[in-house]
Design a protein around this ligand. Structure first.
Ligand code: ADP
Ligand code: MG
Length: 626
């Protein structure tokens, strides 16, 4: 029999294809199953308009059979089949898609479940097979034909026998060599896994004869081989189902089945959009932080399906970094895929979907915050840090999306509160949103700097996370209220009678403060009478943008810079210690230096900063004792 030649360019294309389009060999099965599903779909669509044709769903299926001894893998379908001409056109001409043509002819019927479009998927089978036989009988035809090819050198077509309408594709699986193993494509567990991964939501049953051993009935020692025809795929994608048909348990099962996480999801979002861009999605907010979440190894992303067929495991473009904790999947029929169906070209639709998803997630979180406070707080515990990073990153570009999702511990409420809640409670005369930074809530509670602001009756937000202050600097203000550290030079609190007294005291003791400043020059910018201290003798405050907490964090960063805060040593002039300072200033210069040094080091310790010379510091204390 004369061999027909592939056209010259087809030959090259085929070689290119087989070797370079697909990154994973296993997708050949996805392609052949997709074709089989398309073939069944075509009968289904035909039946919609053809009264002669009855479509009984039970009669339509796809079957995958492996024969290890013969090294063959067969994919059978009960679809529309191919005539001699179809075989010639669709399998003989590369990049010709009969399915795309069908879709176009039947556009009026909403035939968008058809998967094929590029006319290349079939040839991916040559990645794993060196001989492919296609036996097919077309709907409405009495003849069957056999198409056979060993790859680039062409194909043959001859008449053959086949009883039923449909197609049977047999792959002769390649022999393994040193570099490549092909046996896996004959193993039932592996085939099952590939089908589950890519083709779980094909709408027709994909059957396999599952074999195994089981105990012989009535005997405890004897085992027998059995073979059982099973449907491997779940068929109906949960995301295509109606929301009110589904229970929380259904969503939880899907989460577990898909291995999105080992925890139970905190919340699911089921989206079905039928607008400018059509897509369905099931998204989850996990309950726990994945162990690698705050590391470089963590990969964000959603599963991406096109018409129920998995295209991408982790499509990262669908999620902004700050919502990187979200798990789940998106299915859209409107994506423009490239021919390998593995990658997307810069897709406008994908961008639209991503934007849409982002606002849905935001909406869901806001809803949670409003209606299910406890759940939100538990979410925030797990992922709040990521939101704060989101505020800080990209020069605060996303602050509008994220700022009302933030929470901080409140001095008044003794629990986390939102910025909105803080603002709502602010007394009229309060100008700023006050915050205090420190290692822990307990430590901040004891900071002398908080005294004055608290006494005024103002609420203070406690920043215990190293990202907090940086995030807030990116926001700058919330609802026109600026943020202010309780340690900053100017607290923006109206002066009262007591402040005047302090100022008078400062003027009177000008020389004393000058002497102390001089002694501490290089360490602090100045020494001043404090307006914020009530009971504590001393504290540090800062002038300018950099606070002491920021100085600590910047220093702790790998190759972090040694940026220093401009510090001011504040003395409580109403504290007994001030009298001692005055006395020393008059009588004993050396004693004044000793006291100054002690007070400065104490202020450092309160801030959680190391004292310059601990030995000198202890010696100094002893000097006071003897
Ligand atoms: P695509 O699916 O993108 O169209 P393929 O290379 O996978 O490209 O398939 C080429 C064409 O061959 C299909 O469009 C279809 O017309 C035909 N075809 C392939 N497999 C089958 C099948 N099992 N039954 C009927 N027709 C098929
Ligand atoms: Mg195809």
């Amino acid at each position: 029999m004369a061999k027909k030649q592939f056209k010259a360019e087809s030959k090259r294309l085929l070689e290119m294809m087989i070797n370079s389009i697909y990154t994973q060999k296993e997708i050949f099965l996805r392609e052949l199953i997709s074709n089989a599903s398309d073939a069944v779909d075509k009968i289904y669509y035909k039946a919609l308009t053809d009264d002669q044709l009855v479509f009984n769903k039970e009669d339509y299926y796809i079957k995958v059979t492996a024969d290890k001894a013969a090294r063959t893998l067969t994919i059978t379908d009960t679809g529309i089949g191919m005539t001699k001409e179809d075989l010639e056109n669709n399998l003989g001409i590369i990049a010709k898609s009969g399915s795309l043509a069908f879709k176009k002819e039947n556009e009026a019927q909403d035939g968008h479940n058809i998967i094929g479009q590029f006319g290349v998927g079939f040839y991916s089978a040559f990645m794993v097979a060196d001989d492919i036989t296609v036996i097919s009988k077309a709907l409405g035809s009495d003849e069957a034909y056999k198409w056979e090819s060993t790859g680039a050198d062409g194909y043959t077509i001859e008449p053959c026998e086949k009883d039923t309408v449909g197609t049977e594709i047999t792959l002769k699986i390649k022999e393994s060599n040193e570099e490549e193993q092909y046996e896996e494509f004959l193993e039932q567990y592996r085939l099952k896994a590939i089908i589950k991964k890519y083709s779980d939501f094909i709408r027709y049953p994909i059957k396999m004869d599952i074999t195994g051993k089981r105990p012989v009935e009535g005997s405890e020692e004897e085992f027998e081989d059995y073979s059982d025809e099973q449907t491997v795929n779940s068929m109906v994608p949960i995301w295509r189902k109606n929301k009110n048909e589904l229970t929380d348990a259904d969503y939880e099962n899907f989460y577990t089945e898909k291995r999105y996480g080992f925890d139970k999801p905190l919340k699911h979002i089921h989206i079905s959009v039928d607008g400018a861009v059509r897509y369905q999605a099931i998204l989850y907010i996990p309950e726990n932080t994945p162990f690698d979440f705050y590391t470089k190894e963590y990969e964000k992303g959603l599963e991406l399906y096109s018409n129920g067929v998995l295209i991408m495991d982790k499509c990262s473009d669908l999620l902004p970094d700050y919502f990187g904790f979200v798990k789940g999947m998106v299915d859209s029929e409107d994506l423009s895929l490239n021919i390998s169906r593995e990658l997307l070209q810069h897709d406008r639709q994908l961008k639209l979907i991503a934007k849409n998803i982002q606002s849905k997630i935001k909406g869901q979180l806001q809803g949670l915050l409003k209606d299910e406070r406890e759940k939100y707080e538990s979410f925030y515990k797990a992922f709040g840090r990521q939101l704060k990073f989101g505020v800080y990153n990209d020069y605060g570009m996303n602050k509008d999306v994220l700022q009302d999702l933030l929470m901080f511990y409140s001095s008044k409420e003794k629990k986390v509160v939102t910025l909105d809640e803080y603002i709502a409670r602010m007394p009229e005369d309060q100008k700023y949103i006050y915050y205090a930074s420190g290692e822990s809530i307990e430590r901040i509670e004891k900071l002398p700097q908080t005294e004055m602001v608290s006494d005024k009756g103002y609420e203070i937000l406690y920043f215990t996370d190293d990202i907090d202050e940086f995030a807030i600097k990116s926001i700058m203000s919330y609802k026109e209220k600026e943020f202010k550290s309780v340690s900053s030079g100017d607290l923006g609190i109206e002066p009262d009678a007591k402040d005047e007294q302090t100022e008078a005291e400062e003027n009177e003791s000008k020389d004393l403060f000058a002497a102390m400043s001089e002694f501490l020059s290089g360490k602090v910018k100045s020494v001043r009478a404090s307006k914020r201290l009530k009971s504590h003798p001393v504290c540090l405050s800062t002038e300018g943008e950099v606070t002491i907490e920021m100085e600590k964090i910047l220093k702790a960063m790998p190759n972090g810079q040694d940026i220093k805060a401009d510090k001011v040593l504040e003395i409580n002039v109403n504290h007994a210690v001030f009298q001692s300072l005055k006395d020393a200033h008059e009588k004993d210069k050396e004693k004044l230096n000793l006291y100054t040094s002690l007070l400065y080091n104490q202020a450092l310790l309160i801030e959680g900063l190391p004292v310059g010379d601990p030995v000198e510091f202890t010696n100094d204390i002893c000097k006071v004792m003897v």
